[in-house]
Design a binder for this molecule. Structure first.
Ligand code: 7PJ
Length: 282
């Protein structure tokens, strides 16, 4: 399996790709203004690369349940300087976590190589046309509803089957817009319009998505379902996040999106060592 993202190319099987998360959101405790905010995000991204991140995911808009949307201009103001600086200083691909095709286009111009599209459930085709035109990598994520509504009443008859049907449909639509399968990574969108049970069912059923023959990305990092199951505030969710990531790697995930790169890399590399011997001696 090959994953192409602009000038980058990854061939699987290979060690799990770690995607480090850089959120560029205004810091309410600081009046340092926009330069400080961007500088801090760039330093954070470079630190993650030093810790073993293979991809840096830059986002300027919160997509937590119930979060408000921000304007395109504000989103661009936050992310562009960070992407420009990281693309110039880091050797790894930068992904842009945005629902907006215009923001994604500007981000690619500024040096990003992957579109992380959490709104692949939209009706329009601009995002796929953009991926086709630029050859960027494309993360195709499942979400039921929108970040504003998704937490209200998630409902599925069979969440794994429905997410898989969504993958099949959107892979077809992206392809008909000119996107090559080699550009696409699939993501079940843990926490996006899913109850705790739905998230557990998706994790339990990950192997099912292998039939799509595309790399699978999983984002569980510090998500609220972990706190609901095993307790704790955001920072106490790291052990549970690592447990989910290890499970995901053992069940076919090729990319892990995380806030905690150093700890997650070590846990996943350890599991890969055992997996290698287990497969050799099987
Ligand atoms: C995800 C994401 C995810 C992908 C966020 C958070 C919410 N992109 N962006 N997958 N989650 N592809 O990090 O808690 O799971 S934002």
């Amino acid at each position: 399996m090959i994953f192409r993202a602009a000038r980058f190319r990854f061939e699987f099987p290979r060690p799990t790709l770690m995607m480090g998360i850089v959120n560029v959101t205004p810091d309410s405790f600081s009046d340092g203004g926009q330069f400080l905010e961007a500088d801090r995000a760039v330093e954070h991204g470079l630190q993650m690369v030093a810790e073993g991140a293979d991809i840096i995911d830059v986002g300027g808009e919160s997509t937590r349940p119930g979060a408000e949307m921000i304007s395109e201009a504000e989103e661009l103001r936050r992310i562009l300087p960070v992407i420009e600086a990281l693309a110039g200083r880091a050797q790894v691909p930068i992904s842009i976590d945005s629902q907006k095709p215009t923001v994604a286009r500007e981000a690619l111009r500024a040096g990003a190589s992957i579109i992380n599209d959490i709104a692949a459930n939209r009706a329009g085709t601009e995002m796929w046309e953009l991926a086709a035109e630029t050859g960027a990598g494309y993360v195709l994520m499942h979400m039921q509803g929108t970040p504003q509504t998704m937490h209200l009443a998630p409902k599925y008859d069979d969440v794994v089957a429905e997410v898989d049907a969504f993958f099949e449909d959107r892979l077809g639509r992206a392809e008909s817009c000119g996107v090559s399968r080699e550009q696409v990574v699939l993501d079940p969108g843990i926490g996006f319009g899913k109850t705790v049970q739905h998230n557990l069912q998706l994790l339990a059923g990950l192997l099912r998505f292998r039939i799509r023959q595309r790399p699978l990305l999983l984002g569980v990092s510090r998500k609220s379902f972990i706190g609901k199951l095993v307790g704790g505030e955001v920072h106490d969710r790291v052990p549970g996040s690592i447990a989910c990531s290890v499970w995901a790697v053992l069940n076919g995930a090729q990319l892990i999106r995380t806030h905690d790169v150093a700890a997650t890399v070590r846990a996943v590399r350890m599991i890969e060592e055992i997996q290698r011997v287990s497969e050799r001696d099987a």
